[in-house]
Design a protein around this ligand. Structure first.
Ligand SMILES: [Zn+2]
Length: 251
């Protein structure tokens, strides 16, 4: 039974590794989406200045149209001027023509103002674009790193799953059944490690009698509180680990 329990504990550790990878695999696409969204929201600044430029262009076109209309008015007035019969009528047309000509000048001034503004907006677009490109490059790099990690984790998951099957193949069928049942019921935690006198998962203190039964490794002992299989490394194993640690240190 001792070997069986050890194998169950090894299997639990392997399942923990797999669960961690699966969690990472779930989180990475979320992170990528978040970065993409942030990056694209930065692009809207560039879009806003482009809209500003479009508006400026439309306003200039509108003003140019006004000039054409005014010029038409002037030529009509000039025709009427030629047909004027009295001096008063003649003077009246002259005043009107002068008024329209003055309004053309003021519209032209407005157009020049808009053109100067448009130069400013174009400069703004160039600045925003270069800023956005820098930000986007940064975001794209992060996204690429996450994508690379995602592929790596997928390969890792395959390897660890194969390793899990190898462990499973060594476990007797009856023990495997108990494990699988608990694994499903206890949300992926079927075996709880006992470091001192406590169940590692639910933190309840284990009665001395039960503890000695766990150490004897003769049968499956479950936690009286959470129902998980309790496993504790025996003395000789601990000392084996100790020796390994010392060996590692002396190397
Ligand atoms: Zn417990």
């Amino acid at each position: 039974m001792k070997e069986g329990l050890e194998l169950l504990y090894t299997l639990q550790q392997q399942d923990d590794i797999i669960a961690r990878i699966e969690n990472i695999l779930k989180e990475i696409p979320i992170e990528i989406k978040k970065l993409e969204k942030e990056r694209d929201s930065k692009a809207s600044i560039v879009q806003k200045t482009r809209t500003k430029l479009e508006q400026n262009k439309k306003q200039r076109e509108e003003l140019e149209k006004q000039i054409l209309q005014t010029k038409e008015k002037i030529s009509k007035k000039k025709e009427q001027l030629n047909k004027a019969t009295t001096n008063k009528e003649y003077q009246g047309f002259i005043t009107e023509i002068k008024y329209e000509e003055a309004s053309i000048s003021s519209i032209e001034e407005k157009i020049i103002e808009k053109m100067i503004k448009s130069d400013g907006v174009m400069q703004e677009i160039r600045e925003n674009e270069s800023e956005y490109n820098k930000i986007a490059e940064d975001y794209n790099k992060k996204i690429k790193d996450f994508t690379t990690d995602l592929e790596y984790q997928k390969i890792k998951l395959k390897k660890e799953t194969i390793h899990k099957s190898e462990i499973q193949s060594k476990i007797p069928e009856n023990l495997m059944k108990i494990y699988t049942n608990l694994f499903t019921k206890k949300l992926g935690k079927a075996v709880s490690y006992v470091e001192t006198f406590f169940c590692e998962i639910c933190n309840m203190k284990i009665r001395p009698q039960l503890l000695s039964e766990i150490i004897s490794n003769k049968k499956i002992i479950t936690c009286e509180t959470c129902g998980r299989i309790l496993f504790k490394k025996t003395e000789d194993e601990n000392s084996k680990n100790q020796t390994q640690k010392i060996d590692a240190k002396s190397c």
